[in-house]
Design a protein around this ligand. Structure first.
Ligand code: SF4
Length: 396
């Protein structure tokens, strides 16, 4: 970990007070967030974020060996930004049998993955047992594999299907093998944006209730922000500050778990009802990632998810506050960038490591909870080789 860091250079004088606050460990506020989005000094914003990222993680940049599994694209909702969902019977709609999900996870584990990331649409007819059977089946066949599964939106859906409370659903899922929750479904915490783009989805109070309950039960989770559609930058700032406040409450209350990672997701318009929108630009992506790092120092990791930002930009984002690129992924049905005709989206470990090394960082394989992974001669993971997880730090 770097002990002394050069004071980051900014060319916009309005960023100097903000920089002083950052260096003093004073949390930035909404006005600071607005200033970071408004300033023409994008690279100054990047240097500030890089300073904080370096203070937290030194030269390390993380990736993992994972496999995404989207068990169904059938969904009761029709979010306007979503190009993934289908209605049952519609061309392209699919539902994976339990055994297919388990076999896919088992293959991933045999190929060296340490994590499966399982999410899907809100299927109107699947019973709660389907999800429990997936978890217990994977747990039985791959006891070492971490199962990160089901967004807060799915958890609320399960609670309605099973007529159970959110706590009961999470407890049953945990007991069946759930390791942690992904961060999806947060989108933008704002009523106007909610009603305009994803009306029908649960509102922010439920999203936070699911994550808070998970943290109380010892289930770690991630957080996301889907940006670049109909929201403004003020709404991004508010979204980020709400996440910071929730994390701070978890820290102050000494909950057994909290948010591991924040993943700002760049909206990809193609194929969605919002296909007429331009979507974010590369510099807009970099600025948003950097602002996320600066406004939310108590969530330790900021991920540039290469599927959403693109690998080349994600590589640059490592110098704009991000410390994680996600992983090998293999198959991702939720979105694909323009011109990508397949959902097979796989990076080899060598590509990820080369990408990180070329950016000047030390590639470090992690597990879902950010513990470093070492491997034996046959490439099998030696789990929890060196715990890097740092809990309870509200300030860098
Ligand atoms: S974003 Fe999720 S909840 Fe909304 S339509 Fe797509 S799959 Fe369904």
């Amino acid at each position: 970990m770097t002990e002394t860091l050069d004071i980051p250079r900014v060319s916009d004088p309005t960023l100097i007070t903000l920089r002083d606050k950052l260096i003093a460990g004073t949390p930035l506020d909404a006005d600071d967030g607005k200033r970071l989005f408004a300033t023409p000094d994008l690279h100054g914003v990047g240097r500030l974020a890089h300073w904080l990222r370096s203070k937290l993680h030194g030269e390390v940049a993380y990736y993992n060996r994972n496999r995404h599994i989207n068990y169904t694209n059938v969904c009761a909702l029709s979010c306007k930004f979503c190009s993934f969902y289908r209605k049952r019977g519609e061309a392209g709609a699919y539902e994976m049998p339990v055994e297919q999900v388990i076999a896919t996870a088992e293959k991933a584990a045999n190929d060296g993955a340490t994590e499966v990331h399982i999410v899907g649409g809100l299927h109107p007819w699947m019973k709660f047992d389907y999800y429990l059977d997936i978890l217990s089946g994977i747990r039985a066949r791959c006891p070492q594999l971490h199962i990160k599964a089901f967004t807060a939106i799915e958890i609320v859906h399960f609670s309605r299907v099973a007529r159970l409370s959110i706590r009961q659903v999470l407890t049953q899922l945990r007991d069946a093998g759930l390791g942690s929750l992904p961060g999806g479904g947060a989108e933008i915490f704002d009523e106007r944006v909610h009603d305009e783009v994803f009306k029908g989805k649960v509102r922010e109070d439920k999203w936070f209730e699911v994550h808070r309950t998970a943290h109380e039960l010892g289930i770690f989770s991630n957080a996301t922000m889907l940006y670049g559609h109909v929201e403004g930058t003020d709404e991004r700032v508010q979204h980020l500050l709400k996440l910071r406040d929730a994390q701070q409450r978890a820290i102050d209350d000494q909950l057994p778990a909290r948010f591991n990672c924040l993943i700002p997701l760049s909206f990809i318009p193609e194929g969605s009802e919002l296909g007429h929108l331009p979507g974010p630009t590369g510099l807009g992506d970099l600025r948003t990632l950097a602002v996320a790092r600066l406004l939310v120092p108590n969530i330790l990791h900021i991920k540039a998810f290469w599927i959403m930002q693109g690998l080349h930009l994600a590589q640059i984002a490592l110098s704009y506050g991000c410390d994680d690129l996600d992983g090998t992924v293999v198959w991702y049905d939720i979105t694909k960038r323009e011109g990508k005709g397949t959902n097979h989206q796989e990076l080899h470990v060598r590509q990820i490591e080369r990408t990180i090394r070329d950016a000047g960082f030390i590639p470090t394989e992690r597990d879902t909870l950010y513990r470093t992974i070492e491997r034996d001669e046959s490439d099998r993971p030696i789990m929890q080789a060196a715990a890097r997880m740092k809990l309870g730090s509200a300030t860098p």
